[in-house]
Design a protein around this ligand. Structure first.
Ligand code: NAD
Length: 350
């Protein structure tokens, strides 16, 4: 299949490019604006493949996106380009509106124009938009999100993703676009920009710096290993039913504090602390993020039942692989770490 992957230089996008090109032999055009969160080094494993190409562009730029479609003639799109960091959406919401709402609008109009007058292509075309479990808001201590959960976003980030989903469903309903949406849980794994919880904590802990935990660290997230996620998205693109939504999670519910103590213990085992002692001593509790959702959890039974996908990587195994990767790949994270040294973001609402 010829697939445009938007945001393919980001964390999940690069995993998807590596999987589609490297494991499956699909032909991919990676269309990415190259924001601060991107890193072309993350697609280095497939960058020399004749099946892979890259084009720098903004999904909200109609001319650039339209030209990419006309030149590449895709059979499908996986749309992942987005501003993604909740704390940054608190400090500076505008780029989230531009990329996550206007960007989706422009993508939908581009797909519509591309399929107009091409009935054969339109009959088999597939558009998969990646969304998040954060659009559903917060759960109490019990229950799971599923495909029927109502939207109740609580941060500028999740509201912008929700808005993009509403536009996409409206364009599918009104103009017949062949849409599928995947709402997925917190991803982790190699190649994640070091402002997100797991890589941030690994790098702080490696450097012996304080490990800032929001509130009491009792927020619960479902953690999905990014390579399991890439497999799931490829499967949804290939075999998912047009018009359907799929929730994808890792069956890996953990509190933030469990995640951080887990990282400390793995690092203490792999790279004992100079002078001894546990890195758990580095944990420091800081004021909670405003509007911080308490718990997200995902019912993955639909994708398991209908597409035969299941998460293969337990949280313990995935976390060990991730910690090991950051220990070994300083060449990848050091340049990013020099640009963003781990200072606290998301304080504009205080
Ligand atoms: P990321 O921040 O690592 O990467 C985003 C990529 O999109 C970057 O390469 C960036 O340059 C690109 N981009 C941003 N705005 C763009 C624009 N206007 N035009 C073109 N490219 C643009 O993000 P990620 O964590 O890989 O997330 C990818 C997608 O998955 C997003 O849609 C996000 O909402 C969704 N998602 C992420 C998670 C997670 O845990 N990371 C969970 C659920 C859903």
């Amino acid at each position: 299949m010829k697939i445009i992957v938007t945001g393919g230089a980001g964390f999940i996008g690069s995993a998807v490019c590596r999987h589609l090109v490297g494991d499956r032999g699909d032909t991919v055009l990676n269309f990415d604006k190259l924001t601060y969160a991107s890193n072309l080094a993350s697609v280095a494993p497939v960058a020399d493949s004749p099946l892979y190409s890259f084009r720098q562009g903004d999904v909200a730029d109609a001319g650039a996106l339209g030209a990419a479609f006309e030149d590449f003639q895709p059979d499908a799109v996986i749309h992942m380009a987005a501003e993604t960091h909740v704390d940054r959406s608190i400090d500076s919401p505008r780029p989230f509106v531009d990329s996550n709402i206007l960007g989706v609008y422009n993508l939908l109009e581009t797909v519509r124009a591309y399929l107009r007058g091409r009935p054969v292509r339109a009959a088999s075309f597939r558009l998969l938009c990646l969304s998040t479990d954060e659009v559903f808001g917060s759960l109490g201590p019990e229950g799971l999100f599923d495909e029927t959960s109502p939207y109740k976003p609580s941060s500028p980030y999740s509201a912008s993703k929700a808005a993009g989903d509403h536009l996409a469903r409206a364009w599918a309903g009104t103009f017949g676009l062949p849409l599928m949406i995947a709402n997925t849980s917190n991803n982790y794994g190699p190649y994640q920009f070091p402002e997100k919880l797991i890589p941030l904590m690994i790098l702080h802990a490696l450097e012996g710096r304080p490990l800032p935990v929001y509130g009491k660290g009792d927020q619960v997230r479902d953690w999905l290993f990014v390579e399991d996620h890439a497999r799931a998205l490829a499967l949804v693109l290939e075999r998912g039913k047009i018009g359907e939504t799929y929730l994808i999670g890792g069956r890996g519910e953990r509190t933030n504090l469990q995640v951080v103590t887990g990282i400390c213990d793995i690092l203490d085992e792999m790279v004992p602390r100079p002078g001894g002692g546990s890195r758990r001593d580095l944990i420091s509790y800081v004021a909670d993020r405003p509007g911080h959702d308490v718990r997200y959890a995902i019912d993955v039974s639909k994708i398991e039942r209908e597409l035969g996908w299941t998460p293969q990587t337990s949280f313990e195994e995935g976390l060990r692989r991730t910690v090991r990767w950051y220990i070994e790949r300083e060449d990848w994270w050091r340049p990013l770490h020099n640009r963003y040294a781990g200072e606290r973001l998301g304080r504009a609402a205080e």
